[in-house]
Every structure is written in structure tokens, then in C-alpha cells.
Design a protein around this ligand. Structure first.
Ligand SMILES: Cc1cc2nc3c(=O)[nH]c(=O)nc-3n(C[C@H](O)[C@H](O)[C@H](O)COP(=O)(O)OP(=O)(O)OC[C@H]3O[C@@H](n4cnc5c(N)ncnc54)[C@H](O)[C@@H]3O)c2cc1C
Length: 382
């Protein structure tokens, strides 16, 4: 596994870094306060192609490998985790599945817009099913050349900015094999997009409910074969987990840097608190976790880019990086003392933003199940 970035990757990282730290850096706190990210920020990302990162160039995307995508998401998350999740969800489970599983017609209809500014979302979770996602109740009944969708989705990231929702619904009876995927457009009759959740963190990233009431979706908008929707969703989520890990890495790196900077400025007992061993140990432990997360993410991305099985590695990267982000951001507040608890300092935002990463795209408990099952399937003796 090569740990060095290529020349191209350095150029890409620096360009994204400049945009994020320059233009977005001054606005991220306001987006959090106002709980909204302006469409202009999304348009800016689209302008440099970041809404089509993993779609091949022939379909209007940039054709980045997984390693490059993780690097871009990390850079965005260092400034705004809310913007980073918007980009990560759009790319990994909004646009890419249409390329990977779509027909020629679906690719032609959706990819040109989804790679240049229109936003995609993913609607699997429901009020009664999250981790146990294959228990979903939304139905899609075949009726001539349409499917009629009824049911409710929740926690849909990007909901209010979205053109296309990738919706999972039940077509063929119970269990995972009864689920199919559909591309549903935002102006679909019978679809109501609810209001955004009032969240603890990731403010600015909108998270909505969807209600389907006899929504007649053309059969041509079914993605993949009937009954294959759940498989397709899980495959997309496996890659998405490396993206969430990168988002966590970005937030914890930013928190670590803030803590290190503050520790060298804040004076107590006649000198900077960075001279106190208790603070030094915190900084050392933060850096250790940042670097461990980075290595796990690189390994998962490398496995994926070289066509190897990356599922366990993606879960390990997601589990480690998100739990580390919770810890690092928590400690960054501690290093700041009382000042860490007020909005004037960015660390309180990082802490609120990091917390949810242990929950979405598979909770920490579910990642542990995925890892254990994969180990046992490989014949590891207990
Ligand atoms: C901000 C945000 C954005 C989101 N975005 C999206 C999105 O874009 N699209 C989408 O479809 N969903 C999205 N989600 C939903 C998210 O994926 C779910 O919240 C998550 O999968 C957990 O499901 P749940 O909330 O129903 O919790 P539950 O599944 O009810 O879990 C509750 C607790 O039980 C534990 N648990 C459950 N099963 C097991 C088990 N077998 N073993 C051990 N412990 C277990 C869980 O780990 C958790 O601690 C989002 C959620 C949030 C908060």
C-alpha cells in the first residue's frame, strides 16, 4: 500500500483546501448558526466537479479513485462537516449508484445534471426501521408501466436541495429480497417533502422526512432488477462508510489543530498550558488517533481501488474514525476550558458535529457486527 499522494492528488487537495479555507472557512460558523447552507456554496462545489467525483469522465464526472474522494471529503469536513456530509451522501449514495446500477437511459437522463449541480439523496431509513433496514414498510406496487409508492421515510440527508431521491421500497414480499430501488424526482406527484429536523449538530445539512401517498413512479425509474434493491443499497453504503470515516477525520483534525494552537497561547501558572504534561498527553493522544484513523481510511480506500474486498476495512475505518472524532473533539473542548463551551470557539461545533457520525450509515454497534461476521466467515478462531 503506497501512502504517498500522487502529484495530481496533491494539486486536487490544495485546490479544495484553498476553496474551503478561503471562501467557506469564514462562513461555516454562520451556516451552523442559521442552520442553512446557501445554494451558492453547493454551486461552487459543482463548478469544480465535486458533485461527480466518482462518476467516470465519459458520464460527466471526474472519475476520482476512492483515495482521492476521501481526501476531498476530509478537506471539506475540516471546515464544515455539514457541507462534507452533503457532498459525501450525494456522491456515494445519490449519484454513483445511478452510474453503477443504472440503465443507459437512466445514466443519460440523470448523470449529466447530477454531476453538474443537481443534488441526489438516499432514502432507506424509516420511522420504524433504521439498523434493521430490511424491515422497511414502504411499498411499491407494480401497476402497468408504473409502481405505486406508499409509506414514509425519515432522516433523508440533503432533502430540501434534492432533485433525485434513491428510494428503497418493498415490491416482492418480506425480507431483504423483497426490496427494490427507485429513482424518484423531487416534483413527483404524491410525494411530500417534510420539514428539516432540528438537530444537535451538522446544522446546515438538512435532514427531512418523505411521505409517499399513491405516488405513481414510472417503471423506467426502477434502479436495478426487482428484488435487488437492498443489495444495491448495501453495496453503495459500504463505500459510503469510507466517506463518513473521512468526514470524521476532517473534523477531528480541525479540533486537534485548534486545541494545539490554543494550548500554546493560553497562559496559566506562569506559562502556556501546552507546557503542562496533562495537556501534552491529551495532544499526543489526539494526534495518535488522528493518524490511526488516517491509516485505516487509506487502507480501506486502497483495497477498494485495487479491486479487493474492502467491506471489513471500510467498517473498521468508519468505526475507529467516528469514535476517535467523538473523543478528540471532546478533549479539544477540555483543552479550551470554559472557552471551549461557547460558540465563539469552533471546538463546540466540532463536538456537536462529530457525535452523529457514530450513528448514521451504520451505527458503531452495527460496524462491530459487520467486522465480527467478516472475521468469523474468514475462519478466525476465538
Ligand atoms: C443526521 C442524520 C442523517 C441521516 N441520513 C440518512 C440518509 O440520508 N438516508 C437514510 O436512509 N438514513 C439516514 N439516517 C438514518 C441513520 O442511518 C439511522 O439513524 C441509523 O441507521 C440508526 O437507525 P435508528 O436511528 O433507527 O436506530 P436503531 O436502529 O433503532 O438503533 C438504536 C440503538 O440500538 C442499536 N442496535 C440496533 N440493532 C442492533 C444490533 N443488531 N446489535 C446491537 N445494537 C443494535 C443501535 O446501534 C443503536 O445504538 C440519518 C440519521 C441521522 C441522525
Amino acid at each position: 500500500m503506497n501512502l504517498d499522494l500522487t502529484e495530481d492528488q496533491v494539486l486536487i487537495r490544495d485546490a479544495v483546501r484553498e476553496l474551503c479555507r478561503g471562501e467557506f472557512g469564514t462562513q461555516a460558523a454562520k451556516w451552523d448558526r442559521d442552520d442553512t447552507i446557501p445554494p451558492a456554496a453547493i454551486a461552487k462545489l459543482a463548478e469544480i466537479g465535486l458533485l461527480g467525483m466518482n462518476v467516470p469522465e465519459e458520464w460527466g464526472g471526474l472519475g476520482y479513485d476512492s483515495r482521492t474522494v476521501t481526501m476531498v471529503i476530509e478537506e471539506i469536513a475540516r471546515v464544515s462537516a455539514a457541507l462534507a456530509i452533503m457532498v459525501a451522501v450525494h456522491n456515494s449514495v445519490g449519484a454513483y449508484p445511478i452510474y453503477a446500477f443504472g440503465t443507459e437511459e437512466q445514466r443519460k437522463r440523470y448523470l449529466p445534471r447530477l454531476t453538474t449541480g443537481a443534488v441526489g439523496a438516499f432514502a432507506l431509513s424509516e420511522p420504524g426501521s433504521g439498523s434493521d433496514a430490511s424491515a422497511l414498510l414502504t411499498t411499491a406496487k407494480h401497476d402497468g408501466d408504473h409502481y405505486v409508492l406508499d409509506g414514509e421515510k425519515n432522516w433523508v440527508t440533503n432533502g430540501r436541495h434534492v432533485w433525485t431521491f434513491l428510494v428503497l421500497a418493498r415490491t416482492n414480499g418480506p425480507g431483504a429480497k423483497g426490496i427494490s430501488a427507485f429513482i424518484v424526482e423531487n416534483n413527483q406527484q404524491g410525494l411530500t417533502i417534510g420539514k428539516s429536523e432540528d438537530k444537535m449538530g451538522l446544522r446546515g445539512s438538512d435532514t427531512v422526512t418523505l411521505a409517499f401517498d399513491h405516488a405513481r413512479v414510472p417503471a423506467s425509474q426502477r434502479l436495478g432488477p426487482e428484488g435487488e434493491g437492498f443489495k444495491l443499497a448495501l453495496q453503495s453504503l459500504d463505500a459510503g462508510r469510507i466517506g463518513v470515516a473521512s468526514q470524521a477525520l476532517g473534523v477531528m483534525t480541525a479540533a486537534f489543530h485548534e486545541a494545539a494552537r490554543y494550548a500554546q497561547q493560553r497562559k496559566a501558572w506562569g506559562g502556556p498550558i501546552a507546557k503542562l504534561q496533562a495537556i501534552q498527553f491529551k495532544l499526543a493522544e489526539m494526534e495518535r488517533r488522528v493518524q490511526c484513523a488516517r491509516l485505516l481510511i487509506r487502507k480501506a480506500a486502497w483495497l477498494k481501488d485495487t479491486g479487493q474486498d474492502f467491506i471489513r476495512a471500510a467498517s473498521m475505518a468508519k468505526l475507529y474514525a467516528t469514535e476517535a472524532a467523538t473523543w478528540v473533539t471532546h478533549q479539544a473542548i477540555q483543552v479550551h476550558g470554559g472557552y471551549g463551551y461557547v460558540k465563539e470557539y469552533a471546538v463546540e461545533r466540532y463536538y456537536r458535529d462529530a457525535r452523529v457520525m457514530e450513528i448514521y450509515e451504520g451505527t458503531s454497534e452495527i460496524q462491530r457486527l459487520v467486522i465480527a461476521r467478516s472475521l468469523l466467515a474468514d475462519g478466525v478462531r476465538l
